[in-house]
Design a protein around this ligand. Structure first.
Ligand SMILES: NC(=O)c1ccc[n+]([C@@H]2O[C@H](COP(=O)([O-])OP(=O)(O)OC[C@H]3O[C@@H](n4cnc5c(N)ncnc54)[C@H](OP(=O)(O)O)[C@@H]3O)[C@@H](O)[C@H]2O)c1
Length: 239
């Protein structure tokens, strides 16, 4: 009876995770969403009886604290087996590295880096992560230093910087968690270029295909994979 926790579950890739996981009544799902007062019709439409919608604004420390308390109340003795740090933003996409807006960069780092860091930390402190938890930090190929190097136009400087920082977080979390949860695995994953509000209609991949493959990868990773970076099909991506 695995327990999944997904942030940014109300639309896009996060919603698709809930849709696919809710098809099995064995799965307990914590569907975390930035605000319970926003339109959650799509989430309600895919939720199973064992799906619990919980508020978590991952850019807000107080909200993450409340989320952890709510999740603890819901799970009782159960723990999270799969944590999908999926919530993310791409702001100021017009910017390049010579025109970075500090406000946009702070906001990107708050959601894309500090959010996943504090979510893991506070869930761990509350004893809510299982001994062999699988943690997926939703990254992007745009966070790969190697793929971004060389001649050619750069894209989305602030977003790339935040996802590169998230990748470094993965490397640190994978090591730091060993003393607390020796069986835990933390990976960074690129979901592909996916048709969502962020990915746009021009994207070649449907959320269903990306998520189906990501779940396969997530279910087969082992200790040797912790602290690595791959795409939705499991293919390694250079840092
Ligand atoms: N789509 C792609 O091609 C692509 C490619 C590479 C990586 N990714 C990554 O994949 C993840 C999901 O992206 P997506 O394509 O599904 O994007 P999306 O359709 O824009 O959805 C983003 C999700 O993140 C949530 N979110 C944003 N800020 C939040 C906050 N402060 N607290 C809680 N939730 C917040 C959004 O909630 P609201 O509705 O409340 O805003 C929404 O549920 C992101 O981390 C993104 O960087 C996507």
């Amino acid at each position: 009876m695995p327990v999944y926790c997904i942030t940014g579950a109300n639309r896009g890739i996060g919603l698709e995770f809930v849709r696919q996981l809710a098809q099995s009544s064995d799965n307990t799902i914590i569907a975390a969403t930035r605000s319970l007062s926003s339109d959650l019709d799509d989430l309600k439409a895919v939720a199973s009886p064992s799906t619990h919608t919980v508020e978590c604004d991952t850019s807000n420390l107080q909200s993450i604290h409340s989320f952890v308390k709510d999740t603890s109340r819901i799970l009782g003795d159960k723990k999270i087996d799969f944590l999908l740090n999926n919530a993310g933003v791409n702001l100021g996409s017009w910017q390049n590295s010579l025109a970075l807006g500090p406000d946009e960069l702070h906001a990107l780092l708050a959601v894309n880096v500090i959010g996943p860091a504090k979510t893991v930390e506070l869930l761990l402190d509350a004893g809510l992560l299982s001994a062999d938890a699988r943690i997926l930090n939703m990254s992007s190929v745009l966070g790969s230093l190697q793929r971004s190097s060389g001649p050619g136009p750069r894209q989305y400087a602030g977003y790339s910087i935040s996802k590169a920082a998230l990748n470094m977080l993965t490397v640190h979390q994978s090591e730091d968690l060993k003393q607390h949860l020796p069986g835990a695995v933390v990976i960074s994953m690129h979901p592909g270029w996916v048709k969502t509000r962020m990915g746009s209609d021009a994207a070649p991949l449907e959320p269903s295909e990306s998520v189906e493959q990501m779940l396969k990868v997530l279910h087969r990773v082992g200790g040797e994979d912790t602290g690595t970076f791959c795409d939705y099909s499991g293919e390694a991506i250079p840092w």
